[in-house]
Write a protein that binds this ligand. Structure first.
Ligand SMILES: [Zn+2]
Length: 151
């Protein structure tokens, strides 16, 4: 099975099953997250995996042309809302429109995030309080980073 063997409805359903729709309008991916760059990834089959936001754009809009990239207009790397994505090219990278690699959390920040979450604070509010991208906060809560602190 390859990407083209799935219908767009099947792809949308697969994405939605692992997405948390936020009040902000962001569709936050709750599935696998690539460690090195913080993007969500959906494993379609044992041999085929694709970036979640890219797949969402393809399923809801149209394919990304060769040589072009997708960027998040909302700055949440884990957001897969197709309306928060736009096509960009190398010029945009050069001009700094493309966000740089994600920052990482200190242990103190991770502890504080876990503590606040236990008080019932929403992840979006925690992210705002720390002025951090949502995906970094979500990564702690999903045990993707600082797993040992969550115990
Ligand atoms: Zn978004």
């Amino acid at each position: 099975m390859k990407l083209k063997d799935f219908t767009t409805d099947q792809l949308k359903a697969k994405l939605l099953a692992k997405t948390d729709i936020q009040e902000s309008g962001c569709w936050i991916w709750t599935g696998g997250i690539l460690k090195n760059d913080g993007f969500g990834q959906l494993r379609l089959t044992s041999t085929c995996a694709i970036l979640a936001h890219k797949l969402s754009y393809i399923a809801h809009k149209h394919p990304v042309p060769n040589g072009k990239y997708l960027i998040h207009t909302c700055n949440h790397r884990l957001c897969i809302n197709p309306d928060h994505l736009r096509i960009a090219d190398k010029k945009d990278f050069a001009s700094g429109v493309i966000p740089r690699k994600p920052r990482s959390l200190t242990e103190d920040q991770a502890r504080e995030i876990i503590r606040l979450r236990k008080t019932g604070m929403r992840l979006t509010h925690i992210a705002e309080q720390f002025n951090l991208p949502y995906y970094l906060v979500a990564a702690v809560m999903h045990g993707k980073t600082w797993r040992r602190l969550g115990k």
